[in-house]
Design a protein around this ligand. Structure first.
Ligand SMILES: NC(=O)c1ccc[n+]([C@@H]2O[C@H](COP(=O)([O-])OP(=O)(O)OC[C@H]3O[C@@H](n4cnc5c(N)ncnc54)[C@H](O)[C@@H]3O)[C@@H](O)[C@H]2O)c1
Length: 255
């Protein structure tokens, strides 16, 4: 068990890759706090995983400063500390930048970048108390190469990679490692926010198929494949790994 008795906080945990992470960290022996804005989704998670007091939840809107910071303190209180933070929350944001809706831009920055920054700033004190820890952020392949269709999202995710490389240096003396996973297009509800925005299901399927031609391994990423990468980065198996952006993308960013 690679996470025996570790205290782990996962955000955006009620669905998709975050949910897969909750399952995996539990299976590896951790106690987990699942954080999400979706109260019903969290309740369903608790029912379905049936992990007793090894799984606790915090309902929070991470796009607000209060939610991003407060959820860390609430998770630390419920778990009795935090060893690992997987700050996974994010969202596609607006498409083009002509006639950009500034509120939509700010919402995208708030959830993709501000929430990660504030959570890390809040968790470091809790990790110091435990003698160290590991932070894993979620960016995207769009944080490693530009995205023609999602410039706002891409610029936020590049910033999350910059945050990772900066905090890896800042927090190293605290024995806290900081890394980021960069998934390719993943088989989760969020996928339609990239390939299906404002188009019919048929066109969305065509967009997805076109994207898959750019993936050497030719398919979507499964949620558990990203969760496994996050778990590896958080575990002692990666004890000398800090500041890396790890693509989980079937080769999409190779070119
Ligand atoms: N799905 C993809 O194709 C893809 C690809 C690369 C990166 N990502 C990144 O992965 C992360 C999540 O993706 P997923 O595919 O697992 O998503 P998902 O759609 O399966 O789940 C997203 C979760 O986030 C929660 N959420 C939404 N807004 C929130 C808020 N304001 N506060 C708290 N929780 C909130 C939702 O309730 C939901 O449970 C994001 O950071 C996203 O940018 C996704």
């Amino acid at each position: 068990m690679r996470m025996k008795d570790k205290l782990v906080m996962v955000t955006a945990a009620a669905s998709g890759m975050g949910r897969a992470g909750v399952e995996l960290f539990l299976a590896e022996g951790a106690r987990v706090c699942a954080v999400d804005v979706d109260a019903a989704g969290l309740a369903a998670l608790v029912r379905q995983l049936d992990a007793g007091d090894r799984l606790v939840t915090v309902e929070a809107d991470l796009s607000t400063a209060g939610g991003a910071r407060g959820s860390v303190d609430a998770a630390a209180e419920k778990l009795g500390g935090i060893d690992v933070l997987w700050a996974h929350a994010g969202a596609p944001g607006p498409g083009g930048i002509e006639d950009l809706d500034i509120d939509a831009w700010q919402r995208a920055v708030a959830l993709n970048l501000q929430s990660a920054t504030l959570a890390a700033g809040q968790v470091i004190g809790h990790m110091r108390k435990r003698g160290g820890g590991a932070i894993v952020f979620t960016a995207s392949v769009s944080g490693m190469v530009g995205s023609m269709w999602a410039p706002v999202y891409s610029s936020c995710k590049f910033a999350v990679v910059g945050l990772t490389k900066s905090l890896a240096q800042t927090f190293a003396p605290d024995n806290v490692r900081v890394n980021v996973v960069c998934p390719g297009l993943a088989d989760t509800p969020m996928k339609t926010g990239f390939t299906g925005r404002g188009v019919s299901a048929e066109v969305a399927a065509e967009n997805e198929a076109r994207m898959m031609t750019l993936v050497p391994m030719g398919r979507l990423v499964r949620p558990d494949e990203v969760a496994k990468a996050a778990l590896w980065l958080a575990s002692e198996d990666a004890s000398f790994v800090t500041g890396i952006a790890l693509p989980v993308d079937g080769g999409f960013t190779c070119r």
